[in-house]
Write a protein that binds this ligand. Sequence first.
Ligand code: IPD
Ligand code: CA
Ligand code: CA
Ligand code: CA
Length: 266
Amino acid sequence: MEKAIRQKIFENAKEWVYEAGEKIREHMQRQFQIDTKSNPNDLVTEVDKATEQFFAEKIKNTHPDHKLIGEEGYGDKVENVDGVIWIIDPIDGTMNFVHQKRNFAISIGIYQDGIGEIGLIYNVMEDVLYTALKGEGAYRNQDKLPLLSDNVQIETSIVGMNSILACENKRVNEKKIQQLIKDCRGTRSYGSAALEFAFVAEGIMDCYVTMNLAPWDFAAGYILIEEVGGKTVQATGDPVNLLTNNTIITCNKQIYQDLTNYIEFK
Ligand code: IPD
Ligand code: CA
Ligand code: CA
Ligand code: CA
């Protein structure tokens, strides 16, 4: 994508993210409808839906040739990665939004022909916007994020993961995950995949490992991590697929190899 075009789309996205964030904060003051999706703990609210609808309308009116993949169903039926695609999670961390009233984010990744061009992750209640433009680095608000440290080992790492990964499960050897928990410096679980990516990009966490993310959970984070010299792949080591759910490892490259020793598929 041409630099000037990328910049223009970025300016649009940034303006809309701030506007959407303001609407979410306002809406939170009022009563809002909470429903469940696939199971009783899989929450969605009218605010998630209204926020995605807001972006869908903005994109359609301003960039009618762009496509949208969104969690809440206001997007397009996208079958290939051709053209410009906005991949949006209107609220990442809905459980946090409902229960904690904090620690949730708007996540937007913009791709052209499968290449990540623009990433935005907005921590709505902290008013912190993480951004990345391809080849131009990543930012936390106005501050450019440095490249990730080249001096990290598992022993000194903070590992992001949901604790359920260490319980008996059908996918990975939980004993190895338990060993990772013992071997690393500490674990964290924030309940918003997008924020976990942002924290790895910021260097305040060294990796995030998870067994099931949708494209809207990682699309923005992927671009941020690229721009600080990190690595994001499926847990098998394969490249991520923008059109399906993925297992994900995103990390400081220094610990990638050692980290993979702790992930053994059953
Ligand atoms: C979820 C959050 C959560 C992660 C789940 C996601 P949602 O997204 O990112 O941290 O563990 O896999 O589905 O549903 O709150 O947008
Ligand atoms: Ca959801
Ligand atoms: Ca999500
Ligand atoms: Ca969501």
